[in-house]
Design a protein around this ligand. Structure first.
Ligand SMILES: [Fe+2]
Length: 207
């Protein structure tokens, strides 16, 4: 092997090592945020900044409340007790999944409007208007009352926000609130409310 060849072999080993080194994960990286919370980034969607800012603020409120209701459904799915256990266990999980879809749709609309969607539990807890339930287990009628109150709170704020979005020309936000948030919450409230109608289980009241 000529000295020249020897050198080129050594070089290719170096290159191999360098290649392996490049595959090493770079850990513990830190940098400034690219967008602080509360600041809007420009978006070419033909909506004024003040319109987008109002929608982002409103959507983050309904997002925090929707995340809280979603998590309350999972809590009640796990902790429900009694002779209606099985159907409530399944129903609560179904509603949890539907609320989770709403969460994603709301959060992504906030981002496309140039805002920043709330994400972490601590931030959600500080923002939500839904009263915090106890950690312990509660009777099914109490669980249902909590869910119904949360649905009504979201429906009330979503209707107000939908009207404001429509007046401001933000049709996309209006549509999301009306077609998704309001429709889903109204339907779920009905399914849950029918469980606390006090009707006889076996013998009719007039029998
Ligand atoms: Fe489950």
């Amino acid at each position: 092997m000529s000295p020249k060849n020897h050198r080129s072999n050594a070089k290719s080993e170096e290159q191999l090592e360098a290649g392996a080194d490049r595959a090493r994960p770079i850990l513990h990286q830190k940098a400034r945020e690219i967008q602080p919370y509360g600041k809007l980034t420009p978006m070419p969607i033909a909506l004024d900044e003040n319109v987008r800012a109002e929608s982002v603020g409103n959507l983050n409120q309904v997002l925090a409340d929707t995340m809280t209701l979603r998590d309350m459904y999972k809590k009640h799915h796990w902790q429900v007790a009694g002779h209606t256990f099985y159907q409530l266990h399944l129903l609560f999980d179904k509603h949890h999944g539907e609320q989770d879809e709403l969460v994603d749709a709301i959060a992504e609309r906030i981002q496309l409007l140039g805002g920043i969607s709330l994400a972490m539990a601590a931030d959600v807890a500080e923002t939500t208007m839904i009263p915090r339930p106890p950690r312990g287990r509660e009777e099914a009628p109490v669980q249902i009352s909590r869910l119904l109150e949360a649905h009504e709170l979201i429906l009330k704020e979503a209707r107000t926000m939908a009207k404001k979005a429509s007046e401001a020309g933000d049709d996309g936000t209006n549509d999301l609130l009306v077609s998704n948030v309001i429709r889903t919450n109204e339907l779920q409230a009905w399914f849950v409310a029918e469980h606390v109608v006090d009707v006889p289980l076996v013998r009719a009241a007039g029998a």
